[in-house]
Design a protein around this ligand. Sequence first.
Ligand SMILES: C[S@@+](CC[C@H](N)C(=O)[O-])C[C@H]1O[C@@H](n2cnc3c(N)ncnc32)[C@H](O)[C@@H]1O
Length: 251
Amino acid sequence: MTDPVLRWAEGAGTGVLLDGFHPLKHALRFGAEVPVAVTTDRSAALALAGELAADLVDTLGALLTEVTEETYASLVPRPHPTGVAALAVRPSRAGNLRALARTPRTAPVVVLDNPRNLGNAGAVIRLAAGFGATGVVTTGTLDPWHPTVVRGGAGLHFATAVERLAVEELPAGPVFALDPEGEDIRGTKLPDDAVLAFGSERNGLSAELRARADHLLALPMRPQVSSYNLATSVAMALYHWSVTGGASVTP
Ligand SMILES: C[S@@+](CC[C@H](N)C(=O)[O-])C[C@H]1O[C@@H](n2cnc3c(N)ncnc32)[C@H](O)[C@@H]1O
């Protein structure tokens, strides 16, 4: 086996950093290709796997290479309490676009229209993975594969199709755009092929997205509260889909 530091150097330019045990666990569970994984304490990492991811003990046993604290610190921007880090191969855009375009869809696509906050985007990807959404599409300049988004997504970018697209390239399907001025979402059943769109933290939905929307839906909210946080709005809408249709979501 080649030196893990060399393999890390080979993958660092294009690989997705999995920063800690849990992102590595999630990425492996959802089929990520992980060419290199290091730990400062192999037996502690495998003990953690035994406790929290019995399904991955053998995989992690074969994958994890122990390195010194100094080597580990030289590979990651900041050390993680679990002392585990790995690089994964980013899924191809072509494959993600195929997944987003595939019909009939069994679960919605979430669209974040020009999101600004990297932490919100990560939290939304984690939600989409949990609900089995088909994918998360962002419009605008934010990179949904930015390392901070990946950190917020806890390794779950590999469990759903995550891509950036222009509004005119959004997947087919009825667009349900979420907006405080819309109709009460409680009167609407969200279909499995819904495109659920959410506006940016500061400005809400763009004119382009509004023009593309088939329905404008509001989440219940008391008068005098202006809006909810973006990620919590996605959580409520996906939960609403899961209870009104959402046949594919099982606890
Ligand atoms: C922080 S809010 C945006 C607030 C922004 N100032 C505005 O004018 O809409 C981010 C996004 O969350 C969703 N959202 C927040 N509260 C909502 C509500 N009560 N009903 C429906 N969507 C909501 C919308 O998609 C909104 O564009």
